[in-house]
Design a protein around this ligand. Structure first.
Ligand code: AMP
Ligand code: MN
Ligand code: MN
Length: 330
């Protein structure tokens, strides 16, 4: 049974904390980092947030998001850190190069909700029933002192929760998610303003990218799987940034009858990143695991090396053979 006693003791006994999350930061990673940062400040500790990747533009509205440090600032002396807290990160590879900074630290707290979490911390708090790490940070605050909650923290946690639940649409939502969201809005934060910042700040290039990506849409004969492909050429032709790819796979998933959707994309460093989404019981976490990736039941990903067309072929044929097996068993 998970409890927060171990984490609370570490917070009590130490002074300086490095907070980090995964590469390709998302709303849960960033919202949870900032919420924990505000809590530690209120507890008179010295927190610092350090990420490998720059903050996506849409999250700049979050309070103190300009205080986040990045690896290329070269501003962190690992010797000055007592504890590292890693949020929303299922394995060490997902931490990226930030791992180099704290890998020799004795105390690493891993707080996560991915079912594929590899328990790489010296203390691991993994709750795969939580919709988001934001939900876990809320519970942690409740167990320390709920009066610590303020508008800044609520804004960050609400952002974490709505982004990881697709605005309360995914299967990871339950009554507790709504109870926490309700609590977060009780002191006056405005959900529609947070949603406006996250969902209504599309750029011209971002929408052009969406259009080009949808032109690549393919679907199998049984309408069970759909996929799109974003090459470096599409990104350069539309002038879009990589961070603007976020959300496109979810649009592909909205196709009626389709159970599984996939986004194949070429990354800046010549790898192929694959995002999987499913609507029902097909476990994309397990499937992504075949390619050293992971995630959740209905949302997962993996990073592959090789040629785009070969990887697509390999992943799709593996997927169709899995689906065939499943259909035989049923
Ligand atoms: P994405 O497709 O990047 O939006 O990711 C969907 C989910 O899968 C997120 O919860 C990620 O943390 C997880 N995920 C994505 N890529 C990987 C990977 N290479 N290894 C493990 N988990 C991943
Ligand atoms: Mn995340
Ligand atoms: Mn998450």
């Amino acid at each position: 049974m998970n409890n927060f006693n171990g984490i609370k003791k570490i917070l009590r006994d130490n002074n300086s904390f490095l907070i980090t999350s995964h590469i390709n930061l998302d709303g849960d990673g960033i919202g949870s980092e900032l919420a924990l940062y505000f809590v530690l400040k209120k507890l008179n500790k010295k927190p610092i947030i350090l990420n490998q990747d720059r903050l996506p533009r849409i999250y700049k509205f979050l309070p103190d998001s300009d205080k986040i440090h990045y690896l290329d600032d070269n501003c962190i002396d690992p010797k000055s850190i007592d504890v590292c807290i890693v949020l929303d990160c299922s394995n060490i590879r997902r931490i990226g190069k930030t791992y180099e900074i704290f890998k020799d630290l004795k105390t690493v707290i891993n707080i996560d909700h991915h079912m594929s979490n590899e328990n790489y911390g010296s203390l691991n708090y993994v709750d795969s029933s939580a919709s988001s790490v934001g939900e876990i940070i809320f519970e942690l605050i409740k167990s320390i002192n709920i009066d610590l909650l303020d508008k800044n923290i609520s804004t960050c946690l609400f952002t974490a929760i709505i982004t990881d639940t697709g605005s309360f649409r995914y299967s990871n939502v339950n009554f507790n998610t709504f109870a926490i969201a309700s609590h977060l809005t009780s002191d006056g934060i405005k959900p529609y303003l947070i949603a406006d910042n996250i969902y209504n700040k599309n750029t011209y290039t971002g929408l052009k990218l969406l259009g080009e990506a949808l032109l690549t849409l393919e679907i199998d004969n049984s309408n069970y799987v759909s996929w799109v492909t974003i090459t470096r050429k599409i990104l350069s032709d539309t002038n879009a940034k990589d961070e603007e790819i976020e959300g496109i796979v979810d649009i592909v998933t909205s196709l009626d009858k389709v159970e599984i959707s996939i986004l194949f994309r070429e990354t800046k460093d010549n790898k192929i990143k694959v995002s999987f989404r499913s609507k029902g019981n097909f476990n994309v976490n397990k499937f992504a695991g075949k390619f050293k990736g992971g995630g959740h039941l209905n949302a997962a990903g993996c990073l592959c090396s090789g040629k785009l067309e070969e990887i697509k072929e390999k992943i799709l044929s593996e997927l169709f053979s899995d689906i065939k097996c499943l259909k035989c068993k049923n």
